[in-house]
Design a protein around this ligand. Structure first.
Ligand code: GAL
Length: 445
């Protein structure tokens, strides 16, 4: 199959999206618990209170992982389980859960890949400003230390942050996700504070013996709506800098990109020794890819240096309405190699997947052929990138289970396994069997 030895096939989930049990074993409230309770924030008032009940049903979910034959499982650790107020000593009962999960994975030969922050900030830290507050970066490093103290002897890969751009843009700039703030460009310090938290956490994790440490970013290749229009090309560059480079240049190059927006919003928050901390060497870069973004020149006086445009005609769309563009993943992997050259560590596609309104048919089967087609095309793009010399070491499908899709609640279904939320019954979809067979074939090839 043209894949390097040791290539890791995996699936990914995150704590708030699957665990439920939000008041169990001393877990404290997170920003998402609070956000879900605000009327109108999440579709149909859905919350993560129960989610997939993974906190209780994890042995069944580990069996599903083993049945797939994955090499690795990417999950996230809930900060409010480890430090219920975001500060102070570890809550041992919260860590026990991940301790058992990690052991169960290893017993099945599955490498645990733990994300430390997949958006569930302890609410007491948000009350003090959340990621607008520089102190949160230090709190994050402390939490990373506590998690590693318990788990670093067994966790194979550590991912500090998941998609900091989404926290900055959706969480603090536009108010679409927790904590629901609408600061616009004044949210930029949250980018720097998350990156600082990442850098400090890298040092904390290594100090506790963590093996491989990296960070996962969301990348959306920027495409000018009209490639022959200079204004659209500039808009694409500005989007690229803010959405893609802002979260990667500091880590890999030790400097901020040129942002084409009021630079003071950010630069004033960057202290002397911050960039060397943020650019501490990492062992891998996690890449999440869903779709490219098409950009147009902004209207005069618009707050942002770009306008987002609809995808051009001709692309099929997922249940989220997102265009299916596998060559976007290929161009992204190529662009990372070109842009960062020798500074680029090995890559893992830590998320890629799609939602469709999958429901069991009369025979009880969930025939999600559109997902199979989607995954097949994106995996082919990864293979092409590897053939061209991009160092991609693994691929994780988002997601193992249908789960709580943030502001969209339980409506989108991203899983290889269907979840009936009324009964918590899990039904592997056709794509589950397809992925299992693909992994088995890749292994014998
Ligand atoms: C990512 C996120 C995941 C999942 C996925 C599908 O941005 O990390 O938690 O929700 O998108 O929308």
């Amino acid at each position: 199959m043209g894949l390097p030895d040791g290539f890791q096939w995996g699936v990914a989930t995150s704590a708030y999206q699957i665990e439920g049990a939000v008041g169990e074993d001393g877990r404290g409230p997170s920003t998402w618990d609070a956000f879900c309770r605000e009327p109108g924030r999440v579709r149909d008032g859905h919350t993560g209170d129960v989610a997939c009940d993974h906190y209780r049903r994890w042995p069944e979910d580990v069996r599903l992982l083993a049945g797939l034959g994955v090499d690795a499982y990417r999950f996230s650790i809930a900060w409010p389980r480890v430090q219920p107020t975001g500060r102070g000593p570890a809550n041992p009962a919260g860590l026990d859960f991940y301790d058992r999960l990690v052991d169960a994975l290893l017993e099945r030969g599955i490498a645990p890949a733990a994300t430390l922050y997949h958006w569930d900030l302890p609410q007491p830290l948000e009350n003090d400003g959340g990621w607008m507050n520089r102190d949160t970066a230090y709190r994050f490093a402390e939490y990373a230390y506590l998690a590693a103290e318990r788990l670093a002897d067994r966790v194979t890969m550590w991912i500090t942050l998941n998609e900091p751009v989404v926290v900055t843009a959706y969480g603090y700039a536009f108010g679409l996700y927790a904590p629901g703030r609408t600061l616009g460009l004044a949210a930029l310090p949250t980018a720097h504070h998350q990156l600082l938290g990442h850098g400090l956490a890298v040092t904390a994790l290594r100090g506790r013996g963590a093996r491989a440490v990296g960070v996962t970013n969301h990348y959306s290749p920027a495409r000018p709506a009209d490639p022959s229009a200079p204004g659209d090309r500039d808009a694409a560059d500005a989007f690229d800098a803010l959405m893609n480079r802002l979260f990667t240049d500091p880590v890999l190059l030790g400097r901020l990109p040129d942002l084409a927006v009021q630079p003071d919003d950010l630069a004033a928050h960057v202290r002397d020794q911050d960039l060397p901390v943020i650019s501490a060497p990492i062992d891998f870069l996690g890449v999440n890819y869903y779709q490219p973004t098409w950009l147009r020149a902004p209207a005069p006086g618009a707050p942002l240096p770009f306008d987002m445009d609809a995808a051009p005609e001709g692309h099929p769309v997922t249940g989220m309405g997102w265009p299916v563009v596998p060559d976007g993943l290929l161009s992204l992997l190529r662009a990372l190699k070109e842009r960062y050259g020798p500074a680029l560590p090995p890559l893992y596609v830590t998320e890629n997947g799609c939602s469709f309104p999958d429901e069991p048919g009369p025979d009880g089967r969930v025939d999600d052929d559109a997902r199979i087609e989607y995954l097949d095309a994106h995996i082919a793009a990864v293979r092409t990138a590897i053939d061209e010399g991009v160092d991609v070491r693994g691929y994780f499908v988002w997601s193992l289970l249908d789960n709580f899709e943030w502001a969209e609640g339980y409506h989108p279904r991203f899983g290889l396994v269907h979840v009936d939320y009324a009964t918590q019954r899990r039904t592997p979809k056709k794509s589950y069997a397809w992925y299992r067979d693909l992994i088995a074939a890749a292994r014998t090839a």
